[in-house]
Design a protein around this ligand. Structure first.
Ligand SMILES: [Zn+2]
Length: 396
């Protein structure tokens, strides 16, 4: 709740965009918590932050747990933040119990998971996993033309005691606790979701270039109306992508129009296309349709399609799921396996280390919303499972 004061909205939601003042203030708060735990703070060139509780053998690769603290505009208090706070709670509990494990434990804050300001998301985790280069992510611009490179130094300056460390250090395992962001656990009155994998996504930026003209005088037959072209394309995308594919998800989340004046035929339209499917082969096929559909329905306009994210589905594997299930059973909590339809940092980290995710229920499955809510006893149960798996992995 204290973390949620940074970026708090009057309606109870949180707007804490990546590397905004609210994000920087929230990291400052977490660094203060780290200080009270006498834990070291580290950071890397992608702005990922690590709160380190040194183990008995500090040379061994650490066990990491965490998530992200950035939100979408008008997001909730729990998405991401829960996983970071739960990881800090694990460190605090270990200290209070006098437990110093063999391997070090690090609570991690991955930079820009949401991609709401700097698209696409999972930026810090992707840089850590080596999927994206630091040089590339530093050049990513937000809507106002501000680059990651312009704001990252401000964030690091807010953590003067943080020790810089190279990206992609070896890790023993990574665990991410997260609210489900869907209705399944609540519907089945189950406390813990053991995540089997994460749905992949492909995303595109489509630019339709027409010709701005006088709305009163330009002949209808000679117009190159970018908005009408975009509307035809979106209708065709909906028809082709969603046809016979009930598991597919298609979202046009941003849309801009130039010059956006009542008397002017629109000259340029730009929109985003986010496409998801739980099977990689189908997602590839559907994604490959996008440029062709845009070309076929552009009419008199020109169209440009840029794919800006292509993340296949990730699967965590049977040994990891059984490792988490054993911990849930030791705590005598109820569990079920669940496939994550939302994206998470774990989709990147699983590429470089054994990775597992623990879901807890959230009210009505609502997320990315001010109405996002979770019960304290569910959050506590998830944190206990996180503690079990972290300790078991530390001493393995
Ligand atoms: Zn999240």
């Amino acid at each position: 709740m204290e973390l949620a004061t940074h970026g708090a909205m009057p309606d109870g939601g949180v707007t804490r965009l990546a590397l905004s003042e609210a994000d920087i203030d929230a990291r400052r708060l977490i660094a203060r918590w780290a200080e009270s735990l006498q834990a070291e703070v580290l950071a890397d060139d992608a702005g990922n932050c690590f709160i380190r509780y040194a183990g008995r053998d500090p040379e061994l690769p650490p066990v990491m747990a965490g998530s992200h603290i950035d939100t979408v505009p008008g997001g909730g208090k729990f998405d991401g933040a829960y996983g970071v706070v739960a990881a800090l709670e694990v460190i605090e509990a270990m200290q209070q119990a006098g437990v110093r494990p063999k391997r070090s434990v690090e609570a991690v804050i991955w930079t820009n998971e949401e991609g709401a300001r700097f698209s696409p998301g999972q930026m810090g985790a992707a840089a850590f996993a080596g999927t994206r280069s630091v040089d590339e992510i530093l050049c990513v611009k937000d809507r106002d033309g501000v680059r990651v490179r312009d704001v990252l130094p401000r964030m690091l300056a807010a953590l003067p005691k943080a020790r810089m460390r190279s990206l992609g250090v070896p890790i023993t395992a990574f665990f991410e606790a997260h609210i489900e962001q869907g209705p399944e656990l609540e519907a089945h009155a189950t406390q813990i979701g053991v995540v089997t994998g994460i749905q992949g996504r492909r995303s595109f930026i489509v630019t339709v270039l027409g010709e701005a003209a006088h709305g009163g005088t330009a002949r209808q037959s000679e117009r190159k109306d970018a908005l009408l072209g975009a509307v035809r394309i979106i209708g065709a995308l909906e028809a082709s992508v969603l046809e016979n594919e009930s598991d597919a998800r298609l979202t046009i989340g941003t849309f801009s129009l130039e010059p956006n004046a009542p008397l002017v035929v629109p000259g340029c339209v730009r929109f985003s296309v986010d496409l998801r499917h739980p099977e990689n082969a189908t997602m590839k096929r559907l994604g490959d349709l996008v440029p062709a559909i845009c070309a076929r329905h552009r009419g008199a306009c020109a169209v440009e399609v840029v794919e800006n994210a292509n993340a296949p589905c990730a699967y965590f594997g049977e040994p990891m799921m059984q490792f988490i299930e054993a911990a849930v059973d030791r705590l005598q909590l109820s569990r079920r396996r669940i496939f994550s339809l939302a994206g998470h940092d774990s989709r990147e980290i699983v590429k470089i280390a054994p990775t597992g995710m623990i879901f807890v229920p959230c009210k009505r499955g609502l997320s990315h919303s001010a109405l996002e809510e979770a019960e304290p006893h569910d959050l506590a149960a998830g944190a206990r499972v996180l503690a079990e798996v972290v300790i078991a992995a530390c001493d393995a």
